[in-house]
Ligand binder design. Sequence first.
Ligand code: AMP
Length: 194
Amino acid sequence: MRLILLGPPGAGKGTQATRLMQKYNIPQLSTGDMLRAAVAAATEIGLKAKTVMEAGQLVSDEIVVGIIDARIHEPDAKNGFILDGFPRTVAQAEALDHMLARYDLPLDAVIELGVDEKALITRMAKRVADTLAAGGTVRADDNPEAFKTRLDAYRAQTAPVSDYYRRRGQLKTIDGMAPIDEVAREIERVLVPA
Ligand code: AMP
């Protein structure tokens, strides 16, 4: 099972990816997680990505395409994978198409979690406030300003990715504002049509 989950930051892609990962025994490949790990480990990629990420902007296509190209060949991805947070630009989607064609690994589905941006901003602010009130820590880019920049980046650069897959007849859009279980059921319906 090879899937792409599309949707703006905070849409619940990570939550749904975790469920799918358990169900199909495939890894969730989140470029955001991989980049954060690279930043934490202060690798060459991490050093390049750090400031860009903290500002909520996009890391270069070349870096993320290289990360994914390497990652899909790891043994745990032999049954497939869920791409979360990638592709984020049309150039990345094209590079992914070429890559998957080269390795003969066709996609099974591209699922988009549709959201209401205003509600998303409220939801994100509440999540951060709750986490801080409970004594927890939040990501450096989980502040209202960077979150808005991430939403803007999504609208400008990633929404065209949806169109790219829509034109190819591969895109399935699901209501991402529905309760988590309902979103999960809708995804299942897309993956295993009755
Ligand atoms: P995420 O956890 O998916 O929200 O990603 C966090 C940050 O990592 C983003 O705001 C970008 O700076 C960077 N990032 C993650 N995935 C990509 C990607 N596919 N292309 C460019 N930048 C990315």
